[in-house]
Structure formats: C-alpha cells, structure tokens
Write a protein that binds this ligand. Structure first.
Ligand code: SUG
Length: 459
C-alpha cells in the first residue's frame, strides 16, 4: 500500500477520510431538523449498496490522485449501550428485551451514523496552531443519543490513525453540560480559508446557539440548533488558534428551520473559495475583511454568495449543492463533487454549469456521485468525509491502514459483498444473526486494515 498517493512534492495536502458505512445502516428517523431522516423513517435500507456507494466515491478520489483515507464503521449494534440502560442477559436477550421495552434505544444502538465523518471531530492544521501540530477535538454529538454514542470509539480510532506525539494532538470530546451548552458536531460546522493548504488560515466556527439558549428549550424540533458558540470557543482555545485568525459565526435560524442542521448544508470552503447561501448566517459582514487580512493583500478571495432568488433554502437543502466537496485534482484544477440530487434540482444544476463556464470562478469541472443510501439520511458527499491537512512528514506518520487505493478498494468491495445484507427492515435490528454478521465483518476488517483489536467485542 502506498502511504503517499497523489502528489510527489512536499507541499502540504488536504486528505479526505471517509466514513465507511456499517452493516446496520438503516432509516430510523432519529435526527431532528434533518428533513431526509424524517421523510425516510421506516424505509427498508440496503447496507451493501450504501457501503459500495461510499467506497466508489473514495475510489474515484483516489484515482484522481488525491490522498484518500477511511474510517472503519463503529461497533453496532452497540450492546454495551443497551447494557448501560439496564438490559441484561446474553447478547441476544439484551437485543430482544431492548426491542420490546425501548425500541428507540435499540435503533439508536444500531445506527451506522459514524459514516458521516464530517461530524467525527474538528481538525486544525498545524499551520493554524501555535505549537505547529495538527489538533483534533472529537465531537461530543451530544444533541442526539445515537450520535453521542460515537465519541469514545472515534477517539480511539483517531489516536490509532494519527498517533499522538510530535505531529498530532488529540483532545477529548467537550463536556456537553446538562443544558448542552457545549454541544459540538465537529467539522461540519467549521470553515477554513487560506491561500494554500499549508499556509495559516482563517478558521470559522459556526454555531446555531449562544450561551443564552438551551437546546432543550421548547422550540419546534426542526428549528432546534445543534452547535453552540461555547463549543467553538473551547475548541479554539484547545487548538491554540490565533485570535486574529478566528471567527465565530451564527447560523441563520431560517436556515436551521429549512433543514440546514449543520453549516455544511448551506456552505463549503476550499482554500480561497467560499460558497454559501445568503441565508446561511445572521451576520457575516466581518468574514471577507478578516479572510482578506489572513490571506494577505495580494491574494484573491472568492466569496460566492448564492441569493435566495437564485436558489431558495428549500432548493439548497433538497439538492445538497453546498454539501459538495471542492477538491484540487492534480493537473486538472478545482472540481466540485456533488450528489445526484444536485443534478436533479434544475436551478442548483444551472448554477453549477454557470460557475464552471465562468473563467473568473475557480471551479473547473463537476462530477456527480450516487450516494442515495446516505442522502436518504441527510448525508451528502461532504458529510461523508473529514478533511485533514497534512505535511509530507505528518502524512508518513499516519497509520498505513488508514489509506485507500485501488487495491484496498477492491479488497473492501469483496469484503462488503461477502458480509453485508442488501435489505434491512426495522424489525431485523434485534436479530442476533445480524449482530453475529456485523461482528464477523468488523473482525475481518480489522485484519484488512491492520487495526488490531480495535472493537470492544474483540477485547
Ligand atoms: O446527524 N443523520 C445525520 C446526518 C449527518 C450529516 N452530516 C453532515 N451534515 N455533516 C444527522 O442528522 C439520521 C439517522 C437516522 O435517522 O436513522 C442521521 O443521524
């Protein structure tokens, strides 16, 4: 396995680490404010197709010459979470009892939500941090029980892939607090603007709620913000970010109510380019000035603000246009990687065509991905990946099992085809056979990736 796919020079690169979809991928309607999750609750899912769709995206990026990594799925069903709720007996009994007495706990304990790696952590490149190391803060995902379960295993994985020491620093998930005052959903609410990935950048942390609001306050669920300002402040301190290169922005309540439960549903940044909906923020007037100051007077900043007249918030959420990935393809410029739903939303697709045709806008090509299995739960291309900027030395310090190339892709496709079901109904979740299949699959995966005894059931 080539641990250094892509460019050969020593320029820092941006690597994408995608969450591999797990064998219990399902539609449980668990996510407040997420329209797709609510709309598709109870549908039959296809975990095999979901995993293959995700792997196809990873393979495509790797084939384009980008550094592509992956995060293995988490252990689900999470029997420990059910035992912690007082369910006892052997594992099959725990599943049965939970299904009878607390079905909502069972579905949460089965969610494959760790696939949305943009929510795994907030990452600051070493160029932004006073100690010159890459900082990670695991997201506590405290606003939803099925997502809060992810944090401990995410922390274990990140320290395996990025060994703490000279290059990487890891921070535990923030204490969320009883009023969720430090609720944190990771990089999905972080933007970064810079001249090149290796240069110091402006980090923008986006929140839906400041210290005066309680996430449990009786607002309409779909308008309930998930991320807090206090979380951004705490992360900025922990990561040792420079205050002049930090901006905290408030999400517009209209965007949250329309289904932008994370900022990455209405905005995406890539080096000196920011693409966002005009209703993304309450007040973003400071952003261009601060970004220009960080980039320097010579640098060109592209802030592409899409008016509601061109694309409504509803269209933005339906198309997931702003959840596209923007990547530098070696020798071929900047590409926008979008979901099928973007192509199927006429005004979103027109915008993409216009941007590509405009020589003044640094987007050169578009590529469309079929991620429908994930999209039905509100997870688009950008949700599925965590970006990590790495210097050449940092890159060679990453665990070799973390990377995906054509050979590993082929191995994982065979693995998925052998171990994943092609249909899963809500009532299947308590099937002890599914637990067995999932554990067998994950056990094999740890061998493929050289992960050791990563999962609790292996220890
Ligand atoms: O937290 N959906 C996820 C989708 C996360 C998308 N991530 C980003 N935007 N970065 C969520 O809302 C749905 C699970 C279910 O209903 O079964 C869910 O958790």
């Amino acid at each position: 396995m080539n641990a250094n796919p892509g460019t050969t020079d020593r320029e820092p690169i941006e690597a994408n680490f995608d969450g591999l979809v797990g064998p219990t991928h399902q539609y449980a309607g668990l996510a407040t404010g997420n329209r797709a999750s609510a709309r598709n609750a109870g549908l039959r899912s296809n975990p095999r197709e979901a995993a293959l769709q995700g792997l196809a995206k990873m393979r495509a990026l790797s084939d384009l010459g980008l550094a592509q990594g992956l995060f293995p799925p988490q252990e689900r069903p999470c029997i420990a979470a059910l035992r912690a709720r007082g369910f006892s007996g052997d594992d099959a009994t725990v599943l049965r009892r939970a299904q009878r007495a607390a079905p909502e706990r069972l579905v949460a304990a089965c969610s494959a939500s760790s696939m949305w790696a943009a929510n795994a952590a907030t990452v600051s490149p070493s160029a932004d941090c006073a100690d010159g190391r890459v900082h990670f803060t695991v997201a506590n995902l405290a606003s939803h029980p099925h997502r809060a379960l992810e944090a401990p295993e995410t922390a274990r994985l990140l320290t395996t892939w990025f060994a703490p020491g000279a290059h990487f620093v890891h921070h535990a998930p923030l204490e969320a607090g009883s009023d969720l005052a430090q609720a944190d959903e990771g990089a999905a609410n972080q933007l970064r603007l810079c001249t090149s990935h290796g240069a110091a950048g402006l980090e923008v942390f986006v929140h839906g709620r400041d210290e005066n609001g309680d996430a449990r306050a009786p607002t309409e669920p779909r308008a309930r913000p998930r991320q807090t300002r206090a979380a951004g402040e705490a992360i900025a301190r922990a990561h040792r970010l420079c205050p002049s290169r930090l901006l905290l922005l408030r999400q517009h309540p209209a965007a949250i109510a329309a289904g932008a439960f994370h900022n990455d549903v209405v905005a995406v940044s890539h080096r000196n380019l920011l693409l966002h909906h005009e209703q993304a923020y309450v007040d973003d007037r400071e952003l261009p000035t601060m970004a220009q100051a960080v980039l320097g007077p010579e640098a060109r900043l592209h802030c592409l603000r899409v008016d509601a007249a061109e694309l409504t918030l509803d269209e933005a959420v339906a198309s997931y246009l702003f959840n596209s990935q923007l990547v530098d393809v070696p020798g071929a410029g900047t590409w926008l990687l979008c979901a099928h739903e973007c192509q199927e939303t006429p005004r979103a697709w027109n915008l993409v065509q216009r941007w590509i045709a405009d020589p003044d806008i640094p987007i050169d090509a578009v590529r469309v991905f079929d991620l429908r299995q994930s999209m039905r739960n509100g997870g688009g291309p950008a949700c599925l990946r965590l970006r990590v900027v790495l210097t050449a030395d940092q890159r060679s310090a990453v665990h070799p099992g973390a990377w995906l190339d054509a050979a590993r892709h082929a191995e994982l496709v065979t693995w998925v085809e052998r171990h994943y079901r092609d249909r899963l109904e809500p009532e299947d979740l308590a099937d002890p056979q599914l637990l067995d299949e999932s554990r067998t699959a994950l056990d094999r995966l740890t061998r493929i990736l050289g992960l050791g005894n990563h999962y609790a059931f292996q220890r």
